[in-house]
Write a protein that binds this ligand. Structure first.
Ligand code: SF4
Length: 354
C-alpha cells in the first residue's frame, strides 16, 4: 500500500501495481522480490497475509482499489510510483497506466516519481498520449477513471476539459547500473517528454560515463540525436540480505558521477553506500604497497576491489571494502551528504507542453 519510506529521495511510496520480472543485472537482488517471495512462502505455509502475497512475485497484479490513495493525502509530497513493480512492465495495460495518470493529473499538489527499466514501453505510451489533442487526451484519461462503471463513463465523456502531456508534476526516470544500461536506456528517456528526467544509478555496478546525456547548456547530442539533458542523478550501492552475495560499489564510480554532475550543474543525490564500506584505499593508505598484508589481516572477510570492478589486489585504484550493513555504511561521500533535488519543473522546448 502506501507508506512513509526511508528512501532519501522521496516522501512516500504508492503501489497501484505489484509484481515484476527481472530484466538486467541491477535486478539480481531486487528487494521487492526478496520480500514478496518470503511472504508468498509464508502464505503457502498457512500464514494470513494480504491477498497480494497469494500470487508469486512474477505474476503482475493490478490494484485498482489503490488508485485513489494520493487524492486523500492533503499535504504535498514526493511520491515514488511503484516501488515494488515497474509501471511499464508488459503486463500492465496502457488502459491501466491511463488510470494512474488520471490520479496524478488530479493530485497535482504531489510530485510523482516514476522509475522504470523498460523505457521503450514508457516512450511508446507517452507517444500515444502526445499524438492526441488536449481535448481527446482528456476524454481518454477521464474515461479510464470510470472504466469499472459504464454508466459514469458516458457521463464523463460529455464533460468538457482536457489533459496536458507531459504533466508538470510527473518526473520520469530510468534505472542505470552500468554503462550498458546507460547506453540503452538513457537515450529513450531523453526522447520522452517529461517535466524532469532522472537516473537512479542503484545498485551501481560499474563506472558510468554520462557524456552526451548531461550538458551545461541543457542540450545533448547523442545516439538519439539532439535531446534535452538529464535533470537529476541518484547514486547508491547495493544492499541485501546476509545470505545474498551483494556487489560492492567502488567509491570512484560514485565520485565520477558526482563530478560529472557538478561540471554540468545537474543535481546529485547520494542515497547510500549499500552494504559495503571502504576500509582501505591503497593509493592513500599504502602508496608504496608495503602494508597490504597488514590491511588484509585487519579486515578479515573484506574484498579487494579495483576500478574495473575486478576482485583482487592488482589493478587501478584498489580499495578494500567490508560488509558492515547499509545502516553503518551510511551515506556520507567525501565528508558530506549529497541531498540535491531538481529545481522546479521546467518544460523544455523539445519535450515541453503540447
Ligand atoms: S525491474 Fe525493478 S521491480 Fe522489477 S525485478 Fe527489476 S528491480 Fe525488481
Amino acid at each position: 500500500v502506501s507508506a512513509k519510506t526511508g528512501i532519501s529521495w522521496t516522501d512516500a511510496t504508492w503501489n497501484p501495481v505489484v509484481g515484476c520480472e527481472k530484466v538486467s543485472q541491477g535486478c539480481k537482488f531486487c528487494y521487492a522480490k526478496t520480500l514478496h517471495d518470503m511472504r508468498h512462502k509464508a502464505v503457502l505455509a498457512g500464514k494470513g497475509l494480504p491477498a497480494q502475497y497469494a500470487e508469486p512475485f512474477e505474476r503482475v497484479q493490478l490494484m485498482p482499489d489503490r488508485l485513489g490513495m494520493p487524492l486523500s493525502w492533503r499535504n504535498p509530497r514526493r511520491v515514488f510510483v511503484n516501488s515494488v513493480s515497474d509501471l511499464f512492465h508488459k503486463d500492465v495495460p496502457f488502459s491501466f497506466v491511463d488510470r494512474v495518470v488520471a490520479t496524478m493529473a488530479q493530485a497535482s499538489r504531489h510530485t510523482f516519481q516514476i522509475l522504470t527499466k523498460r523505457p521503450e514501453r514508457m516512450q511508446e505510451y507517452s507517444a500515444g498520449l502526445a499524438a492526441l489533442s488536449r481535448q481527446a487526451r482528456g476524454v481518454r484519461i477521464a474515461r479510464s477513471m470510470y472504466a469499472d462503471s459504464p454508466v459514469l463513463r458516458h457521463i464523463k465523456d460529455d464533460t468538457p476539459g482536457g489533459c496536458d502531456w507531459p504533466l508538470s508534476n510527473v518526473w520520469l526516470g530510468v534505472s542505470v547500473e552500468n554503462q550498458t544500461a546507460a547506453d540503452e536506456r538513457i537515450p529513450l528517456l531523453l526522447q520522452t517528454p517529461a517535466a524532469v528526467r532522472f537516473l537512479s544509478c542503484e545498485p551501481l555496478l560499474g563506472a558510468v560515463n554520462l557524456n552526451g546525456f548531461v550538458s551545461l547548456n541543457r542540450k545533448c547530442l547523442n545516439g538519439a540525436g539532439l535531446t534535452p539533458s538529464l535533470d537529476w542523478v541518484i547514486v547508491g550501492g547495493e544492499s541485501g540480505q546476509r545470505k545474498q552475495d551483494v556487489r560492492p560499489m567502488h567509491p570512484d564510480w560514485a565520485r565520477s558521477l558526482r563530478d560529472q554532475c557538478a561540471a554540468t550543474r545537474v543535481p546529485f543525490h547520494f542515497k547510500q553506500w549499500g552494504d559495503y564500506t571502504t576500509t582501505f584505499d591503497r593509493d592513500v593508505d599504502d602508496p608504496d604497497w608495503r602494508r597490504c598484508d597488514r590491511a588484509s589481516a585487519l579486515t578479515p572477510g573484506g574484498n579487494w576491489l579495483n576500478l574495473a570492478g575486478g576482485q583482487g589486489f592488482h589493478g587501478e585504484r584498489v580499495v578494500r571494502v567490508d560488509r558492515v550493513g547499509t545502516k553503518r555504511a551510511g551515506r556520507v561521500l567525501d565528508g558530506r551528504t549529497w541531498n540535491e533535488f531538481p529545481a522546479l519543473p521546467s518544460l523544455d522546448a523539445q519535450g515541453g507542453k503540447p
